[in-house]
Write a protein that binds this ligand. Structure first.
Ligand code: HEM
Length: 508
């Protein structure tokens, strides 16, 4: 028999064996599934309404509702957002297995109407791009531009900005005896680091018209990223109403009349600016990005780098005001360093302020910055710990209940415990690259999509916070203590409800 004849003779055997194997697999799968011995159903909260599913049950603070569902149903739940299925996880170990161990199948983004189709022109840039060759290239360039060796070049400028921030906070506090809400000052401080790296420019005050326009565009973009403006994406029947409501028009106007000209101008000016910047670096190093790609990359960077760090510092100030004993302990640690060295510590000397580092990490655990991180999307079915996560679902980490998970944070998970990380002082950047059990918190996300700017965020917040604690105490303003159990839905972020505090100069 030649090989073709052999093949023909074997064909029925191969087909038969394959069919038998497939049938056994299907029987076993359905048996296991039905008898619940191995495969576990992902719990679904009730009630779910026809067509809309759970969408309108989420209320004004989706993170709180989803936390309630986790408390009732466990570490993984599934709910329907109109025609989309979302899987939420609040166990760090499970989230790690889903988004890191199975990262090749769970690192896509959901192709939503506003963020994917409109904001990122069908997935250009970094944040909302699918993990393809172009994303890899751009992410690598951005990561190189904000690598520790590059950030080192900006240390003097960050320290200078931190000094200016604290001068302004003390000054405006002096003039406004009832206290001030520092959010815009904090935004100016952190945005200046991003814009000096990206465009080689900074803004001198929060009244600078370009700063007002850039920060206003970012705030508006975050707001428009919420579900309300993208109903047609979840509920296609809304396409009809959408036409009348004009949601698409609002989104499109935001992009064409604000986002595109604002970032277009910053990019144009950066090409001719003195000194180095990322716009020039990309051009000079052969990254051939189209005009639209460039626009999205720089809008991604500026937005991702501004409202995250400023929300963190805004929470930290509110928490400190509520805990004078913690401020005193941090101030004593800084004073001790100054007495020995005659100056403030550098970032590279952070371990000399162990309590300060631990308290800063605890602030981020206690009050997470984002609601759900940035959602991931599964491109294949996966099985993790007996749960089947289907192909084509949006995967989120519920930051609020994940950071209070009593199996991960065994010691007083619901309380603010500034000494919690005294034995885990390595940088969050380093911890996030290690084993899940050694991570301090999960605010920066997961796996191949993890925030590429953790080092930059840690440097900026450390320098700003230490400058602040070395020069003032934070005291309640005329409305009393900032209410840290109250928060507002900032779309992607969870922001503190506006409060008033006084920055009182310390007598050193
Ligand atoms: C406290 C500060 C920050 C927090 C909490 C934060 C959080 C996050 C999170 C949760 C993600 C998504 C991770 C995932 O999909 O699993 C992300 C992605 C990203 N972040 Fe940050 N971030 C911060 C600061 C920054 C800064 C300062 C920049 C840049 C200047 C930045 C740039 C980015 C970019 C470009 C991505 C997209 C990465 C990708 O999709 O591949 N972030 N960040």
């Amino acid at each position: 028999m030649n090989r073709v004849e052999q093949g023909k003779a074997l064909a029925p055997v191969v087909v038969g064996t394959t069919a038998a194997l497939y049938l056994s697999y299907k029987i076993l799968y359905s048996l296991l599934y039905k008898t619940n011995t191995y495969i576990k159903e992902i719990p679904v909260p009730s009630p779910a309404y026809p067509y809309v599913g759970h969408m309108f049950s989420l209320g004004d603070m989706p993170a709180e509702k989803v936390s309630e569902w986790h408390k009732e149903l466990g570490p993984i739940i599934k709910f329907r957002m109109g025609v989309q299925t979302w899987v939420s996880i609040d166990s760090p170990e499970l989230a790690h297995k889903v988004m890191v161990t199975n990262g090749s199948k769970t690192s896509h983004r959901t192709e939503n109407g506003f963020l994917f189709e409109m904001y990122s022109f069908g997935g250009k840039g970094v944040v909302h791009a699918q993990p393809n060759a172009s994303w890899k290239k751009v992410r690598a360039a951005v990561s190189a531009a904000i690598a520790p060796s590059q950030i080192e070049l900006y240390m003097d400028s960050i320290r200078h900005q931190a000094k200016k921030l604290v001068d302004t906070l003390i000054d405006t506090s002096d003039k406004n005896k009832g206290g001030i809400f520092p959010f815009k000052d904090l935004q100016l401080y952190v945005m200046n680091t991003v814009t000096s790296i990206a465009f080689g420019r900074t803004f001198s005050t929060k009244d600078d018209p370009t700063f007002i326009e850039v920060s206003g565009t970012i705030d508006e973009g975050f707001k428009l990223s919420g579900v309300d403006y993208d109903l047609a994406n979840f509920l296609p029947v809304f396409t009809f109403f959408d036409y009348f409501k004009g949601a698409r028009k609002i989104l499109s106007r935001h992009l064409t009349e604000r986002r595109d000209p604002v970032f277009g101008n910053l990019i144009k000016e950066a090409h001719h600016a003195d000194g180095p910047n990322l716009v020039k670096y990309l051009k000079e190093n052969g990254y051939e990005l189209s005009e639209k790609e460039t626009l999205v990359v720089f809008s991604d960077l500026t937005s991702a780098g501004t409202d995250t760090n400023s929300v963190y510092l805004c929470w930290t100030i509110a928490i400190m005001c509520n805990h004078l004993e913690v401020q005193l302990k941090i101030a004593a640690e800084i004073d001790d360093f100054i007495a020995r060295n005659g100056r403030l510590p550098l970032y590279s000397e952070r371990l000399e302020l162990p309590f300060c580092i631990s308290a800063m990490k605890e602030c981020m655990r206690y009050k997470p910055i984002t609601t759900f991180g940035i959602p991931h999307f599964s491109i294949e079915e996966i099985e993790v710990d007996g749960y089947i996560i289907p192909k084509g679902v949006t995967i989120i980490s519920n930051m609020m209940s994940m950071h209070k998970n009593s199996e991960f944070y065994r010691d007083r998970p619901d309380e603010f415990a500034p000494e919690r990380f005294m034995n885990a002082l390595e940088t969050t950047d380093a911890a996030s690259k290690g084993k899940v059990e050694d991570r301090d918190h999960f605010n920066f996300g997961w796996g191949r999509r993890i925030c590429p700017a953790i080092h930059m965020a840690e440097v900026e917040t450390f320098i700003g916070f230490v400058e602040l604690m070395s020069r003032c105490f934070i005291e309640p303003g005329e409305d009393g203590m900032p209410k840290i159990d109250k928060a507002e839905n900032g779309g992607l972020t969870i922001i503190p409800s506006p409060y008033k505090v006084k920055f009182t100069k310390r007598k050193n």
